[in-house]
Design a binder for this molecule. Structure first.
Ligand code: GCU
Length: 603
């Protein structure tokens, strides 16, 4: 009876959620392939004011008081009372989180205001956007004191249209960024990673013509090796507008026309097409021209599908030799954002002989996807539906859907991305199933060309795991996390564990591992020694090697990362130590054991 009322209440809540203006509806557009557009960078020092009491925001929780800090007033001795002044305030570098830049902000969670001046001379018949690579967690943006946009979600980009607000010449932008953890947010209250706040990725002004391309996609047609299909969406185009596609290396010059929604479809044959793969990460220069707007992209063509319990890349079975990692900067710590950060992290993955990486637990910086395209590393990309989320809250579902939409929108042209992950280690319940079901439906609608997965907690009955979590019904590939030899059981027993796969789908063991303090040596029975971590890996390989349906693994984790859950002094010191490389770049014993294992597998 109670269960029936819970379901009814839940369905009612869902119906109501469809009425609320979705986060998506509130966003003008999201410009794809932004790093191939001309930009005026707004990176560099921004003034900041931490505002734990929300003094500058005012009493309305949903909307900042425009006469608050958004107004960017200045204190003039003898003048009217002003109790803040950005121009007199310290600065933080953008991109960058605030926690690792200023010791006094290391533990700070809450509202923090950013401000900088900028000068621009908009051309006639253009649109001007401020593009944010990411702002953790919620942001409200004001230009010259006027509210221009809001965004929720700490790891995906957003564009604020400022065409009607900016002046020719000097302007200022104020961004209120709030990373308070709350029940209804995604992620929510507890995460095993540091809640780095701020404008964590690049910010830039982007000018586009009156009619402009905001989305384009080109992929290999499923089940073919030589058919390319895709679309372009042009904002402001009339029906019948001509769009040109050019792929010089394939001698393809093709035209299409827009429909009433500014949408144009392409389908072309491509003889001599070189498919993208880890062994041959071939990218093609592709360009689209829509009237005054022109956009290029580097696209690779490959197909990925499931056949029974096999994953097929370009029609051939593939094993995913992977590693999981957080988007944290090697050595200097804090959120990763630079080319160099990406290069360091992915070159370690290559050194391990990986052909696959799991970008945990949220969309990483786009330059890592670009680099993965070039290096031939396949990618598992995930939204932070992590542990217990507020499943029955319509706003939470809306935010999760919107992060999913933004992730797919930003990254759907990266051949490296083969898997969209809906969630990580979510506790079983009908509400959870229904929530993630909706996400899977959304993902398939937005991108029917890639595989859908999630990372699920493995439950062992005795020494047997039966991979029958109901979530599996919605997934193409099952990701299962297990910590035998660390949180569960002894390392010595690991090879005795067995797995059943009743759904008969491909399985990736998306997490396993053990903690080790780099340089701490001792018996392989003592936790936190390098020898213990190494022993767990060797034992895991014995067990995993006996799983006939295993199609990949992404051990936890490439590099030690900051976490407020890891407090053991002298060993953890705010770091999860399950890395194969320490936060200072020291390779641990198990790094070489995994490297060896993958090298043998590769032969
Ligand atoms: C979990 C979780 C990770 C976490 C890891 C750990 O499985 O998915 O985010 O860091 O376990 O406990 O180290």
């Amino acid at each position: 009876m109670i269960c029936m009322f819970r379901r009814l209440a839940f369905c009612l809540a869902f119906c109501l959620s469809l009425l609320a203006p979705s986060a998506r509806a509130q966003q003008a557009t999201l410009l794809v392939d932004i790093d191939h557009r001309a930009q005026i960078s707004l990176d560099g020092p921004w003034h900041y004011i931490p505002d734990p009491y929300r003094e500058g925001w005012g009493s309305n929780p949903d909307r900042a008081n425009p006469r608050g800090y958004a107004a960017n007033a200045h204190y003039v001795p003898g003048g009217p009372l002003v109790q803040y002044d950005f121009s007199r305030s310290p600065t933080l570098n953008v991109p960058g989180d605030w926690n690792s830049q200023d010791k006094s902000l290391f533990y700070y969670e809450g509202l923090l205001w950013y401000q900088r001046d900028f000068s621009v001379h908009p051309k006639p018949h253009t649109h001007l956007f401020i593009h944010f690579g990411a702002a953790n967690y919620a942001a409200s943006v004001f230009v010259d004191g006027q509210h221009v946009c809001d965004h929720e979600g700490g790891f995906t980009p957003f564009d604020c249209e400022v065409t009607s607000v900016v002046k020719d010449g000097d302007n200022f932008v104020v961004a209120a960024v709030d990373d308070t953890r709350t029940v209804d947010r995604v992620p929510t209250l507890r995460t095993d990673w540091w809640n780095y706040g701020g404008l964590t990725r690049s910010v830039a002004l982007v000018e586009v013509p009156d009619t402009y391309i905001d989305d384009e996609s080109l992929q290999l047609k499923k089940g073919t090796q030589d058919q390319i299909e895709g679309y372009v969406h042009v904002v402001g185009a009339d029906a019948g507008a001509r769009i040109a596609l050019s792929i010089p290396d394939l001698h393809i010059e093709k035209e299409a026309t827009t429909d009433t929604n500014g949408h144009a479809e392409f389908a072309v044959s491509a003889s001599d097409l070189e498919l993208w793969s880890p062994e041959h990460p071939r990218l093609y220069k592709v360009s689209f021209t829509a009237g005054p707007d022109h956009l290029t992209d580097d696209i690779g063509f490959r197909s990925v599908e499931v056949q029974g319990d096999q994953i097929l890349l370009n029609g051939k079975p593939v094993f995913l030799r992977g590693i999981s990692y957080h988007d944290e900067a090697p050595v200097r710590s804090g959120r990763s954002w630079s080319e160099r950060d990406a290069q360091t992290l992915l070159s370690w993955a290559q050194e391990l002989h990986c052909n696959f990486v799991r970008m945990a637990h949220y969309p990483h910086t786009e330059n890592e996807y670009r680099l993965a395209d070039k290096l031939g590393l396949m990618v598992w990309s995930e939204i932070p539906v992590y542990w217990g989320i507020d499943w029955t809250n319509p706003h939470t579902l809306d935010v999760a859907k919107h992060q999913l939409w933004e992730m797919i929108r930003r990254d759907h042209n990266h051949p490296s991305v083969i898997l969209w992950s809906m969630s990580n280690e979510t506790p079983e319940s009908p509400e959870r199933d229904a929530f993630i079901h909706q996400l899977a439906v959304e993902a398939r609608k937005e991108d029917p060309t890639r595989l859908i997965t999630s990372a699920i907690v493995t439950h062992f009955r005795g020494t047997t795991a039966t991979l029958d979590d109901p979530l599996g019904q919605d997934l193409d590939v099952l990701g299962y996390n297990e910590y035998l030899g660390w949180y569960q059981g002894s390392a010595a027993d690991i090879p005795n564990y067995t797995w059943q796969n009743p759904l008969g789908k491909p399985v990736i063991v998306s997490e396993f591992g053990a903690g080790a303090k780099a340089g701490l040596h001792g018996p392989d029975t003592e936790k936190f020694t390098e020898e213990y971590q190494d022993y767990v890996f060797r034992q895991q390989f014995q067990m995993l090697g006996k799983m006939p349906f295993l199609r990949g693994m992404t051990p936890w984790v490439l590099m030690d990362f900051r976490s407020p859950m890891r407090q053991l002094p002298g060993v953890q010191d705010d770091y999860n130590r399950k890395g194969l490389v320490s936060d200072k770049g020291e390779k641990k014993k198990a790094f070489f054991t995994l490297q060896d294992y993958y090298a043998k597998m590769q032969r």
